[in-house]
Design a binder for this molecule. Sequence first.
Ligand SMILES: *Cc1c(COP(=O)(O)O)cnc(C)c1O
Length: 409
Amino acid sequence: MNKPQHAPLTQFAVQDGCLQVAGIPLTRLALRVGSTPFYAFDRALLDARIVQLRQILPGGLQLHYSIKANPMSALVQHMAGLVDGLDVASGGELKCALDTGMPTEHISFAGPGKTDAELSQAVAAQVLIHLESSSELERLNHIAIALGMRPKVVLRINPDFELKSSGMKMSGGSKPFGVDAEQAPQLLQRIGTLNMDFYGLQIFCGSQNLKAQAIIEAHANTFQLALKLAEYAPRPLRLLNIGGGFGIPYFPGETALELHSIADHLQLWMQRLANELPAAAVVLELGRYLVGEAGIYVAKVIDKKVSRGQIFLVTDGGMHHHLAASGNLGQVIRKNYPVAIGNKMAAENKELVNVVGPLCTPLDILADQMLLPVAEVGDLLVVFQSGAYGLSASPSQFLSHRAALEVLV
Ligand SMILES: *Cc1c(COP(=O)(O)O)cnc(C)c1O
């Protein structure tokens, strides 16, 4: 039985049967890059996504880019010119964000397990430090005293609700992220007794959500909780970071997130906030949604073989560069990412194939029993929806193959 198939995704144009990236035929782009496998990210698609979001979302809402979704430095530089701020989760990402020249007050550093060195760097750079626990608060206090500086802090809350239908839940129950909402009043009071510049709250619930209604519910809970906790804050909130969680479609049956109802609902809460917490800027932090659909991964077919009736295309790329597409980054049931033969987009002659990578493990799958144009050695396999959580989220060292190249075009 054939599994459901994907139509090739249309945000990349096709001309004369060849996929185009920023107006360049893929075959020519591959020559310019010099070797496969590579990732290509399309500036025009990144721009278009931000324009679309800004048109729909409430005017005053601040849009941040979460660097961990894609830390390629040219892409981060480009994004820095489009968004209002950058979110980082490590010392390496902090350096990447500072290199863009983004004003330091618009860089926030969240994430569990910040080392003393990372905290020192963040204090010295004067970026916003999102506190994840009471012991991190005390550690930061010691470091700030030693440095003779006043750190800018935000308290990250682990709320008592979750973001329903999320690909990845980051809140509710016992979590390593943030401070339980019940403990927050005590910590807010403690911050008030220390030499710290308190900015506000972050409440981030989950990732990869395609259900507008679930996001709306989480937003309502987030604003309610923020208003309640604001009463314990050492000074009026200047910042409310409501997280992100906007998903993109990957698999058969999934559809794009419906933004208008989310935007209308946000508008209502922002009006209310303008009355009750007039100094508070509202920040939406997005990674995947901003960059995920603007990138492809390209690998060359190196071998074609038949094993007991099934066709295998073996490519020079695989899970060492693209763990998510292989199905090994958090998926419970493996599903095929949308893939295509980039230089044979119009071919009508198709066959059922498995596409595998060069690693000596059965986990290295790029497509499992998919109907694709008949491909030969030298053809280019394309994995769509690869702009987020691609190379940097993959075990590149595994089997010591060459690293994938990355281009922003
Ligand atoms: C990872 C992360 C994000 C981005 O999540 P996406 O699902 O890629 O939008 C935002 N905020 C925090 C705190 C994160 O850890």
